[in-house]
Design a binder for this molecule. Structure first.
Ligand code: DMJ
Length: 596
């Protein structure tokens, strides 16, 4: 190898050092002042070093921060989601925030005009309806109250309060879903109590409702029955699946009943829901995941689908939030959450084939002829699973933004053991959920299927010219739209955008949220009042269904409002949001500290 002792410069690379064009060979390199300065520095470096050493001794995280800045800043933080480059601060975007308030007014005031007090609203026929023949339980009114309070809509709020005071009745001889009644009505009452500086009306009604619900827990396992006859105070099984209960439904009552226990100092609410968590822990499946059904007598998991979507979703959400709710004093929930997250990462988080999008698959149980159980990975993601990106980011930092202030965006030293993994995947999952809005309406379908090599589908090119990574199953131009193609005003993507923005201050989350809001305005708004589910996200003009889900006012518009509101409003270090977006305060329990 020819070697003249000098490293050869790569062809075309920049010259290492060129003399300045006007320099002459005999000019001195330093003038006299520079030389004196060098002398001083030689004398000063020892005290400077000592000072730096003392500073690091007092602030030990400095070194790791510097190291992580150099080593990883352009990897984990910048590319997957957050960086100081797009940091816009956490102040309000008043114009956009106020546009969301107008949307809420459009929804609420038409409901009030056409259906005040009814459980549900049908904006096209301008009618209301109740969940049962026995009369309403304030489903829509109570689900919407805290949003009015947060938005400062005093007159609307005053009328809603009056309705609760004078017209609300839970004495209904009919069956109501335990989970839905808890998250919407009990959660709404508790949140209203908190945000009104403890208006006793709401606490009294919350106690009454919770007492009527309590009989559902009288089962051999302590797992609650799915339905409650509020008038008779009797738990009722699902007539089609009498021995089964859904995992998300039994494990998504805890924030509400625990907070009520804290407020009333009555142990019974706490004990009933905690015993559910104990049963779940004792019966954990070997891989740490939770199938969507449990046996109400034995308390065991029953082979059934495993997913972050329907009937699975808020089980994972409440594991983290129970830990955050009590100021991180109950380690058992952190352990259960960490265990579950490891299993989710190992088994459910998947990459799409073309653009390597991150999504969550489902596992479907199958038995062979010998009765042996195996699990089939299915590339299907419900819109419901889109809560998970923001939730992963929330759980990724050492504090969950509660006991200690966390930097925004967080520093390396502020992550949990697996925090970087969760943060990164959380950001990626949000990007995927945003990508599922790449439809003719700009809204995402109820269910997206992702491409796998064996799906037998012909490649359809996406806008960027590569084959599309996801599709709506059963959808084809001109044909009747499948159920999967609808958008029913769901909040999960904007919920994640809200959390991600609060944790990063990154403008991109606001931009995406604004796009979604504008699509809702354009395609779901009913001009005569209210908003409606649309039947097919890939059809314009949109065809509407005569239904406005209550979570539009409790969740979707609340999260959009908070996305553009100043971050000091309902800050994440003081509140957790129940799964229906009702904020409940973080508190330190005096006596009860969970189970181990
Ligand atoms: C809400 O009722 C709750 O968020 C629940 O956990 C599941 N999703 C709906 C809204 O999509």
């Amino acid at each position: 190898m020819p070697d003249d002792g000098l490293r050869k410069r790569k062809t075309g690379s920049k010259p290492e050092k060129e003399p300045p064009q006007n320099a002459t060979a005999d000019e001195p390199e330093f003038d006299i002042d520079s030389a004196a300065l060098l002398q001083y520095l030689k004398i000063l470096w020892i005290p400077l070093l000592l000072c730096f050493g003392l500073f690091v001794y007092i602030n030990p995280s400095t070194l790791s921060d510097i190291a992580s800045f150099w080593i990883e800043s352009d990897d984990w933080q910048t590319s997957p989601g957050s960086s100081t480059k797009s940091f816009v601060g956490l102040g309000a975007d008043i114009e956009k925030r106020d546009a969301v308030v107008e949307a809420f007014k459009h929804a609420w005031r038409s409901y009030e005009r056409d259906a005040m007090g009814d459980d549900e609203y049908h904006p096209i026929s301008h009618k209301g309806s109740n969940l049962t023949q026995a009369g309403g339980i304030g489903y829509t009114v109570i689900d919407s109250i805290d949003t009015m309070l947060i938005m400062g809509l005093e007159d609307d709020y005053a009328r809603a309060r009056k309705w609760v005071d004078t017209r609300l009745s839970f004495d209904r001889d009919a069956e109501f879903n335990t989970f839905e009644t808890t998250i919407r009505v009990l959660g709404g009452l508790l949140s209203a109590y908190e945000l009104t500086d403890h208006d006793k009306l709401y606490l009294d009604r919350a106690i009454e409702l919770a007492d009527r619900i309590l009989p559902v827990f009288d089962t051999p396992s302590g797992l609650p029955l799915p339905n409650i006859n509020l008038g008779k105070r009797e738990g009722v099984s699902d007539p089609y699946l009498p021995l089964l209960v859904s995992t998300a439904e039994v494990a998504t009552l805890q924030l509400e009943f625990r907070y009520l226990s804290y407020l009333t100092d009555e142990d019974i609410y706490w004990e009933k829901v905690e015993s559910v968590m104990r049963t779940i822990k004792e019966n954990q499946m070997p891989h740490g995941l939770a199938s969507i059904y449990m046996h109400v007598e034995t308390g065991q998991f029953v082979p059934s689908a495993i997913r972050l979507g329907s009937r699975g979703d808020s089980y994972y959400e409440y594991l983290l939030k129970q830990y955050l709710q009590t100021n991180q004093t109950e380690d058992v929930y952190r352990q259960m959450y960490d265990h579950a997250m490891a299993a989710v990462h190992e088994n459910l988080i998947t990459k799409s084939p073309y653009t390597r999008m991150t999504y969550t698959s489902e596992l479907i149980p199958e038995r062979n002829s010998g009765g042996q159980l195996s699990w089939r990975l299915t590339p299907k993601q419900d819109h419901l699973a889109c809560f998970f990106g923001g939730s992963l980011m929330l759980g990724a930092t050492i504090t969950g933004a509660s006991t200690l202030p966390v930097s925004i965006p967080p520093r390396q030293s502020e992550f949990m053991d697996h925090g970087k993994r969760d943060w990164k995947d959380g950001v990626e999952l949000i990007k995927t959920c945003v990508d599922t809005h790449d439809t003719l309406t700009g809204l995402s379908p109820e269910i997206a299927h992702f491409r796998i090599p064996s799906d037998g589908m012909i490649d359809v090119l996406s806008k960027s010219g590569v084959p599309a990574d996801w599709y709506i199953k059963g959808a084809s131009p001109g044909a009747e739209a499948p159920y999967d193609a609808r958008y029913m005003l769901r909040p999960e993507t904007v919920e994640s955008l809200f959390l991600a923005f609060r944790l990063t201050g990154d403008i991109r989350y606001r931009d995406w949220g604004w796009d979604i809001f504008q699509s809702i305005e354009k395609h779901c708004k009913v001009e005569t009042g209210g908003y409606a589910t649309i039947m097919n996200v890939d059809e314009v003009p949109s065809r509407k269904e005569d239904k406005m889900e209550t979570f539009l006012m409790s969740e979707t518009l609340k999260y959009l409002f908070l996305l553009f509101e100043d971050a000091s409003v309902l800050s994440l270090d003081k509140y957790i949001f129940n799964t229906e977006a009702h904020p409940l305060p973080i508190f330190s329990p005096h006596i009860r500290t969970g189970f181990s």
